[in-house]
Design a binder for this molecule. Sequence first.
Ligand code: AMP
Length: 215
Amino acid sequence: MRIILLGSPGAGKGTVANLLKQHDGSVHISTGDILRNAVKAGTPLGKKAKEYMDQGALVPDSLIIDIMGERLQESDCKHGFILDGFPRTIPQAEALDNLLEKLSIRLDGVVNLEVARSVILDRLTTRRTCSNPSCQAIYNVKTNPPKTEGICDKCGSPVVQRSDETEEAILKRLETYNQQTAPLIDYYKKRGMLITITSLDLDTIIKEILAALKK
Ligand code: AMP
């Protein structure tokens, strides 16, 4: 499949992408993960991105567009891709349109995960993430805690609260989403590509997405 996952921070894009990729081996590309790995590795990209990320702001379009221009041409994307966190602005969506046209690739659809703000706030403040960059398993202190407090079930690394998941940064990220990313819903609706999912149940979400993509 070749799809974009839209939805506010905390809508479940990462979790849904991880389940979807098991269906056909499509690669999950998360710009947030790419940037967080760059920050951890202390690369020039990471150094530039960190200040934006910690404030809950978006990193500049040109930076992300360059990264994705290269990433989408890597060989693992030939079998399909699930874009999580990109595009996030209208200029990024336009750049993606141009890039896909150049590569003669057609998207199968744009999935919008619609989740109420109260649910999002609760999820984000209780979310914890494995600190190992190659694992990044997601937990929730209320609904899905690790078996041993603070330790990842999968790889044994510390499970932490992301630095952009303090209450202040979360509110800023939601504001950024409403102002800069939510307009993409209309952008793709007008192109007849939007698949809206409102369920909170993961099995139902996956079934509905796969059914809509078959149409
Ligand atoms: P995420 O894990 O997708 O919520 O991304 C975490 C942070 O990375 C965001 O709050 C932004 O600062 C940055 N980021 C991720 N994807 C993008 C993008 N497409 N454009 C600009 N900034 C991004």
